[in-house]
Design a protein around this ligand. Structure first.
Ligand code: TYM
Length: 340
């Protein structure tokens, strides 16, 4: 199928659970903001239905949805340019997910590494929703016929599954209806690692708060976390190759590159031979300079939840206008009677 028969459209989503991290910002949100205003429609979604695949306290979920919305706007997502909404307000996502549950194969789901990581040894006890999660994610994307999905490295397998679901649907129903979506995984910080263990990704749910930088951390906390970040005794090398086998060092260089809009090579060129006593404070200063205006704006926006809710409602109306006709056509293709 020619991918170019579909108008380019960007879609991406983020869960409103546990606050935002520097990994979310560099791997996704910052790049979402940069994709706006380039003549391609951009649709960004706070995926509350994905969040409840694991237990969420209702009040925390409610607040978290507004907090993430505020974080997206504060990071430069413009609700007048992009469509910004929360998933549960557009029921077409959940409806298409059911169709995709009937397209995706159990064997495909069994290969999802994120499910295996999250379920661990407890696979019998996790929710059915956690298992089916990638089919809902495919529905999020394909209900807009989105062609490009900017995500961090950890979501690559899910976007590839989305392509498999689209291809199988098109094949089974002998149509050319869903596009084969491309993951867009770009920049120096597509996999920001845990500050205490360079073999694990930075995540909202890690055990210790020292592992991650939260978007709402204050300047002192950011400085302390970088100061205590695990490294090795060596100074920075003069080439990027010199960071091979030094995951914690590489991570801090990549974070610096992401925050300063430089390549990791350029960062190494500036700091060749520098010890951690020089590099870590410079990184902390840079992070504070970049994140403080965002967290200040986030806090300001969160003081007016009514306005955030209005933004989400307007976004949901716009999203619905695209999604509903695509869902209706899907029902027609599948052979479901629509008589009212
Ligand atoms: P979520 O909420 O875990 O993360 C949101 C985005 O942030 C990226 N990200 C990272 N990037 C780099 N380094 C990290 N340490 C890091 N941690 C998180 C993620 O890759 C993601 O892009 N399943 C998705 C949400 C989703 C979605 C979608 C995404 C639902 N439907 C449709 C795209 C399209 C998730 O759990 O993201």
């Amino acid at each position: 199928m020619a991918e170019s028969t579909f108008t380019p459209r960007v879609f991406s989503g983020i869960k409103p659970s546990g606050g935002l991290t520097l990994g979310n910002y560099l791997g996704a949100i910052k790049r979402w903001a940069e994709m706006q205003g380039k003549g391609i429609e951009t649709i960004y979604c706070v995926v509350d239905l994905h969040a409840i695949t694991v237990w969420q306290d209702p009040q925390d979920l409610h607040n978290g949805t507004r907090e993430v919305t505020a974080g997206l706007i504060a990071s430069g997502i413009d609700p007048a340019t992009s469509i910004l909404f929360n998933q549960s307000q557009v029921s077409a996502h959940a409806e298409l997910a059911w169709i995709f549950n009937c397209v995706a194969r159990v064997g495909w789901m069994n290969r999802m590494t994120q499910f295996k990581d999250k379920a661990g040894k407890n696979a019998e006890k996790v929710s059915l929703g956690l298992y089916a999660y990638p089919a809902l994610m495919a529905a999020d994307i394909l209900v807009y016929h989105a062609t490009h999905v900017p995500v961090g490295e950890d979501q690559k397998q899910h976007v590839e599954l989305t392509r498999d679901i689209a291809a199988k649907f098109n094949h089974d129903y002998k149509v050319d209806f869903f596009p084969l979506t491309n993951p867009v995984i770009e920049g120096p910080a597509t996999r920001v690692m845990n500050l205490r263990d360079g073999s694990k990704k930075m995540s909202k749910s890690g055990e210790s708060d020292m592992e991650r930088i939260n978007m709402l951390d204050d300047a002192d906390t950011i400085a302390r976390k970088f100061k205590k970040a695990r490294t090795d005794p060596e100074p920075l090398p003069d080439t990027l190759e010199g960071l091979a086998g030094r995951p914690e060092a590489r991570n801090l260089v990549d974070i610096y590159a992401g925050l300063s809009d430089q390549t990791p090579e350029a960062v190494i060129a500036d700091y060749a031979g520098a010890g951690w006593g020089r590099f870590k404070p410079a990184l902390a200063d840079l992070a504070v300079a970049r994140l403080a205006p965002i967290s200040d704006e986030m806090k300001r926006l969160m003081e007016d939840p009514g306005e955030l809710d209005r933004i989400l409602a307007t976004g949901a109306d716009k999203a619905e206008a695209i999604a509903r006709p695509i869902l209706e056509q899907t029902y027609d293709i599948v052979g479901l009677v629509r008589s009212r």
